[in-house]
Ligand binder design. Structure first.
Ligand code: 13P
Ligand code: 13P
Ligand code: MG
Ligand code: MG
Ligand code: MG
Length: 364
């Protein structure tokens, strides 16, 4: 029997402003998921949050894009949204674009990362959840896990990884996708995924087709056609025995790389890896955060998690991220701190342009 891991996440309201999902909302999600557990839709679950985003980490035997599993997540978010509205939480129901479920949660606002696999004799599965950034934020760390020999020693020294991996890349603007092989097509892959707002790694497989990683790629702002928050993503990664080791999967996050998001979804800033407890983006609504949760998947059960960034070895990364945050903040409204106009989620530019329309003159 195969096991499916489904991570479905949404921001349905927070305290104060866009900081932190209210614990009562997580309790309501827990009630709904517990009912699904009792009626055997789910075999296990763990609920986490990063900043204002609630991440429902679920295991079951129903495969990907399963209607009952997606409806469970949707019902949890809808029910919690009612409470968020009563508490007048900030951005209550922010990521729910529709109030009626239509069979599949994709395209309705929440982010989805799923993978189905036959459990190995021992199957470590890691889940990474972000706030104040976008799906392309995973491009660099996921590339490094599965394709960079300076990150992943196993690519060089472990015969079971030596063949490399296949990457599926979505063009989220044109709605197209392409599969590229690494190491053979590494430069082509990098040519695409360096454009993090457009080309997003969706899945990684071993060359034999076994699933290795899955990332939520929904771009809410593109779906809704207007600003409804950044699409804070989640990512599932399998580790060990033919995949990168646990430590090879977390090491890319020791570099606080620049991602877009942060204040008003309109700024670049460093990604700070933190424990679940410290996933509270406060300074200038950030800087962007990532948490990591390490499980063993065992007959559909989630054993764990280990809070992967609750390790003093990541303290220097956090310090460096805080220093980079101070440095780039001093640019105020200037690029490259502020995103280029076409990537901003808030803009006054059309209004400013129409006000100044008659004052623009042709240059000699
Ligand atoms: P242990 O010897 O602690 O099992 O570690 C093995 C390993 O490969 C760590 O990356
Ligand atoms: P979220 O996408 O996390 O809700 O953040 C929105 C925002 O505007 C933060 O300043
Ligand atoms: Mg929010
Ligand atoms: Mg968020
Ligand atoms: Mg959001």
């Amino acid at each position: 029997m195969k096991t499916t891991v489904s991570v479905i996440k949404a921001d349905i309201g927070s305290v104060s402003g866009h900081c932190v999902a209210h614990p009562e909302l997580m309790d309501i999600c827990d009630e709904v998921l517990n009912e699904a557990l009792e009626s055997n839709i789910l075999s296990d679950y763990y609920i986490s949050r990063c900043g204002d985003d609630i991440d429902l980490i679920m295991t079951h035997h129903n495969g990907e894009e399963n209607e009952e599993v997606h409806k469970t997540a949707y019902d949890a978010f809808m029910k919690a949204t009612e409470r968020a509205r009563e508490l007048k939480l900030y951005g209550a129901g922010q990521d729910l674009l529709s109030d009626t479920f239509s069979g599949n949660i994709k395209g309705m606002g929440p982010g989805v990362a799923e993978m189905e696999f036959k459990e190995r004799p021992s199957d470590p599965v890691l889940v990474f959840c972000c706030d104040k950034t976008e799906p392309g934020a995973f491009n660099l760390p996921v590339f490094r896990m599965f394709a960079d020999p300076f990150n992943t020693a196993g690519l060089v020294i472990d015969p079971s990884l030596h063949d490399g991996f296949k990457f599926e890349v979505f063009d989220v603007i044109e709605h197209k996708k392409v599969i590229l092989n690494c190491p053979e097509e590494m430069y082509d892959l990098l040519a695409l995924i360096g454009s993090t707002g457009r080309y997003v790694i969706k899945r990684v497989w071993k060359k034999n087709g076994e699933i290795a990683a899955s990332i939520s790629t929904e771009r809410l702002n593109l779906m809704a056609g207007e600003y409804v928050g950044k699409d804070d993503p989640a990512c599932i990664v399998r580790a060990q025995s033919g995949f990168p080791a646990n430590g090879e999967c977390v090491d890319p996050f020791a570099f606080p790389h620049m991602v877009s998001g942060w204040m008003r979804g309109s700024h670049n800033g460093p990604m700070m890896p933190v424990s679940e407890e410290e996933a509270n983006p406060i300074r200038f609504d950030g800087p962007p955060r990532v948490i990591g949760l390490g499980f063993q998947v065992s007959n559909g059960e989630l054993i764990g998690p280990v809070d992967l960034f609750d390790d003093p070895a990541f303290d220097p990364t956090r310090e460096q991220a805080a220093k980079i945050a101070s440095y780039i903040r001093r640019h105020g409204p200037f690029e490259p701190h502020r995103l280029p106009a076409e990537e901003m989620e808030y803009t006054s530019l059309p209004g400013v342009m129409s006000k100044l329309e008659n004052r623009f003159e042709d240059m000699e």
